[in-house]
Ligand binder design. Sequence first.
Ligand SMILES: *Cc1c(COP(=O)(O)O)cnc(C)c1O
Length: 380
Amino acid sequence: MHEGFETRAIHAGQDADPTTGAVVPPIYQVSTYRQDAVGEMRGGHDYARTVNPTRTALEACLASLEGASHGFAFASGMAATDTVLRALCRPGDHVVIPDDAYGGTFRLVDKVLAPWGLTHTPVSVADLAAVAAAIRPGTTRLVWIETPTNPMLRIADLTAIAQLCHDAGALLCVDNTFATPYLQQPMEHGADVVVHSTTKYLGGHSDVVGGAALTSDEEIAQRLSMHQNSMGAIAGPFDAWLVLRGVRTLAVRMERHCDNAEAICEVLGSHPRVLEIRYPGLPTHPGHDVAMKQMRRFGGMVSFRVEGGRRAAIELCNAARLFTLGESLGGVESLIEHPAAMTHQSVEGSALEVPDDLVRLSVGIESVDDLCDDLRGALG
Ligand SMILES: *Cc1c(COP(=O)(O)O)cnc(C)c1O
């Protein structure tokens, strides 16, 4: 635990294989384990929904990186989110969610968990007074925060919101997908649970879908363990192995994502057709001071508004060549998308609607000059 982040990314949970000395945890593609006598299992390995060594390695590594004592790996970020919400809430409870929550999280809460009996209030998580007003002491079980948010890259003050939550007897759960534990560690600021879509930066190569939940609270960990095993939305061994492979290079990738995003912001900042840049690293960003307090650097996601409205934004997305037109984010390759027509189409007309002249970039780790040239070309 006292070792540095990069060391833990490479070694936590990843001791050499005891039988062969393999330096990388093998893919345990297995469903069940031989017992030496009835009830005598080796290291508690009984059935692979409950426990799988490849998954255990990933869970230990991710827990270490977030400064948590318990980790749980899931089949997707949404599986992690669903398991956390059902494990920690009961029908009749209330949750607070970001008014620009990840679309799938909003859909889960609105379409799946509302009929189950969970009520929710969307608020701007950058507005502390609004978060405070939305928390109903005694009824609000949990506040769900993303920071930076998607796609507006708003910043929530983790320490202040953790305080509000705990004063009201509510839990704080942070979806840390955009920042990653390399840039931001919500548990240090009082979060009770951290959730990830490992599909994004943790996997980092756009070749796997996965999720995770981390906590240091024993009671929460027991509930998550029980629900993970009961609902069964576990990460498979190959997927766990791929995420673990990605995590080993997280620190170096994130540094380059940040470098490249900063260079892209300079190109955008000097272009006459760009109306507004949303990047928490810019002093003009309304959340910059809070971001400075809780983030190491500011990540690879950049959103901006372009002159000419929806049509111009879509044309720009279509014109980019090196920036691949596509949803998702966090891979080594750069992606561009039009949230209003793509990732955020389903929230049109709702409180979560995004500006239709907004373009979102997931800035990858290609040669920065090539990325800048591509964007200049697409902007015209
Ligand atoms: C992608 C994403 C999710 C959902 O994760 P999946 O792995 O696609 O299920 C949740 N939160 C954020 C912030 C995301 O970007």
